[in-house]
Design a protein around this ligand. Structure first.
Ligand code: ZN
Length: 420
């Protein structure tokens, strides 16, 4: 039975790899062919210079070529951990727990932490290359290695302070609440997630970035006016020092209830006109008005529920552990489940992205209707596209699979058809 389990996993793992790798190749080829002759796509004629267009192609190709290696490397890491490191780590955790954490779940905590740490260390080379070589080559990277290191240390501390107690409770619930442990765990995780949705923007994000209320001025007063018009009750409209790490620009909406806030990157504020900035804000308020965050949370919660249910079935199935050289235990089940789930949940990715793209269209539409004018939203999109060297011509399959936002062309097309 163990052989069947390993065989099934390896087969699905290979399918996922071929699909990911193939999609990237398709995209690279598509972009190369579309860009031949350096002819700017229709919607962007006159909006960006031939040099900027060429840069966006070079950036896309460089990222795609890098993705080949990243993909391959990531796969090897997963296989080495799954088929080589796990039993060793388990024994090592056992010994360490005997000496230093001789209480219930000590071994499980060390094991999970060790696997997470190993994954984190393994991702350093590709992350380093991406940040300090690739992004730097196109003038995007602003991170220094000191800042990079500080971020990692903070992440590690957060993992210990928040992650370990969380894991402790989960292990305890799995142990103490009988065969319906997965329902108890489900409620605990949902509660924890809700807490994090509120705590993250207020307590955790500020550890990495400075958030300041938008400075007094035309943009701020127009935004407050807009907020009142659409009934968006918050004083949480912030500017964030994104320029500390990268020249990429962005805006996002986060939190629920009183903790909700809109965050604009300082890079975005610097590069946009007031009208364009206002359009971006209207778009973000659209996400709030149309309850997109809440809907996404519900979808996530459903996945969690079914995920835990499946885990509860696997827990009682000894060959599931034996296939990977482990003795049955709650902590081993958690780690195995998270390492093995990729090739199975792979098919859900496009579904989530499809829902997210639907939300983006709706928020764009909301912005256009609120401002009674499609032009600022369109200009803001063009601006973002040009400044971020966004790929103007992704392969349709690639964008359908990977993109959480519709392509700029698709968005502009949709914006122009909104009745105002
Ligand atoms: Zn959006």
């Amino acid at each position: 039975m163990e052989t069947v389990i390993v065989g099934l996993f390896v087969a699905l793992f290979a399918v996922e790899f071929i699909a990911e790798f193939g999609l990237n190749e398709l995209n690279l080829d598509y972009v190369r062919r579309r860009s031949a002759g350096n002819k700017i796509p229709d919607f962007f004629q006159g909006k960006l210079s031939p040099e900027e267009y060429d840069q966006s192609i070079q950036y896309t190709l460089a990222k795609g070529r890098f993705q080949r290696w990243e993909e391959l490397y990531g796969r090897v890491v997963t296989l080495v951990i799954l088929f080589g490191a796990l039993p060793l780590l388990d024994r090592f955790s056992g010994n360490l727990a005997d000496w230093y954490l001789p209480f219930a779940y000590g071994r499980g905590l060390i094991f999970c932490f060790a696997v997470a740490l190993l994954l984190c260390i393994a991702s350093l080379p590709t992350e380093f290359y991406s940040t300090f070589k690739l992004e730097a080559r196109f003038g995007f990277n602003k991170t220094t290695w000191q800042l990079y290191l500080a971020d990692k240390v903070k992440g590690l501390i957060l993992g210990i302070v928040i992650g370990l107690p969380f894991l402790f409770v989960v292990l305890w619930l799995m142990d103490a609440t009988g065969s319906y442990w997965w329902i108890w765990t489900f409620f605990f995780v949902v509660g924890f997630q809700l807490l994090m949705v509120i705590a993250y923007p207020m307590l955790i994000a500020p550890l990495f970035n400075k958030f300041e209320p938008l400075p007094e001025g035309e943009l701020r007063s127009r935004i407050l006016q807009l907020a009142e018009q659409v009934g968006f009750k918050t004083n949480g409209i912030f500017s964030m020092d994104g320029s500390k790490r990268s020249a990429h620009s962005n805006a996002y909406f986060t939190g629920i209830g009183k903790a909700k806030r809109i965050v604009l990157f300082d890079t975005l504020i610097a590069q946009m006109t007031t009208e364009q900035g206002l359009a971006v804000l209207a778009h973000e308020m659209g996400h709030f008005k149309l309850k997109h965050i809440r809907r996404m949370l519900v979808v996530q919660t459903l996945f969690l529920f079914f995920g835990l249910y499946i885990l509860s079935l696997l827990m009682d199935y000894q060959p599931f552990f034996a296939a990977f050289g482990l003795d049955p235990s709650n902590y081993a089940a958690l780690v195995l489940f998270s390492l093995l789930s990729g090739p199975f949940t792979f098919y859900l990715g496009p579904l989530i992205n499809w829902l997210s793209r639907k939300h983006e269209y709706e928020a764009d539409q909301f912005a256009v209707k609120t401002l009674h004018n499609p032009t600022p939203m369109e200009e803001a999109l063009v601006n973002l596209t040009v400044k971020n060297l966004t790929n103007l011509t992704p392969h349709p399959w690639y964008s359908a699979y990977h993109y959480s936002h519709p392509t700029p062309t698709e968005r502009i097309h949709a914006i122009r058809t909104v009745p105002v």
